[in-house]
Design a protein around this ligand. Structure first.
Ligand code: TIU
Length: 222
């Protein structure tokens, strides 16, 4: 068994049980005029991690391991958007409203798409999710079961919102969760640090964290 150098201690890699889940690397969170910007955030923090996410995805593809992408988005008729969620954020541009990149966080709209540099390739699973967590109201759990996955590496945005929520959901479902440190980001640097501390505290209560290099080298040698 290969061990990946990680915090709070080495991650026991089981290569045939491992998948990568890339959370919500969408234009709406990374580009001006999108949902993230409408909430008043500095979206340039998100675009800066694209090369690291790309390197991580490439490592999984080269190793022949599953890469799963998620997108936070809603149906055009908003039937999966609770009013409590729609009413949150900036009244100027809510989920479902027409923005500079089409309707905000609506399936199929230009702004909802995954950033071109990180686009899924043929055969990769793409999960459209209405919540912050990727297991809620999606087929992700069944898909992971069918693939025989028991360990998940996480990347994407934002660390303390959709990434952490999904890691907690996965942890409760029995998956061993490893966060790729430079391949995740928050609009708030202190929230990224705090989320990583919360995840790894108490003997990896939610999961581990490791560098992209350590993960890519680990899977290449496993
Ligand atoms: N994907 C994700 O994290 N959705 C968010 O709304 N995150 C924020 O930090 N706003």
């Amino acid at each position: 068994m290969v061990e990946i150098k990680a915090e709070p201690f080495a991650f026991p890699l089981r290569r045939d049980k491992l998948a990568l889940i890339v959370i919500d690397m969408q234009r709406d969170f990374a580009e001006a005029g999108g949902f993230g910007a409408s909430l008043g955030n500095d979206v340039s923090r998100i675009t800066r991690i694209v090369p690291d996410v790309k390197r991580l995805i490439a490592g999984f593809r080269e190793a022949g391991l599953p890469v799963i992408h998620t997108m936070e988005c809603h149906r055009p008729d908003l039937s999966d958007l609770p009013p409590a969620k729609r009413n949150r954020g900036s009244p100027a541009l809510r989920i479902g409203d027409e923005g500079p990149m089409g309707r905000v966080l609506i399936s199929g709209e230009p702004g909802t798409a995954i950033l071109p540099d990180l686009a899924p390739i043929d055969g990769e699973v793409v999960i459209e999710k209405p919540g912050k967590g990727a297991f809620y109201a999606t087929p992700l759990g069944d898909i992971l079961k069918d693939l025989g996955i028991e360990q998940v590496v996480f990347a994407g945005v934002t660390t303390e919102v959709c990434v952490q929520t999904t890691m907690r959901e996965a942890n409760d479902r029995g998956y061993e969760c490893l966060l790729a440190e430079e391949a995740t980001e928050s609009y708030f640097p202190e929230f990224k640090r705090a989320a990583i501390a919360m995840i790894t505290a108490q003997g990896a209560i939610v999961g581990w964290v490791a560098s992209v290099n350590a993960i890519v080298e680990g899977i290449a040698h496993a």
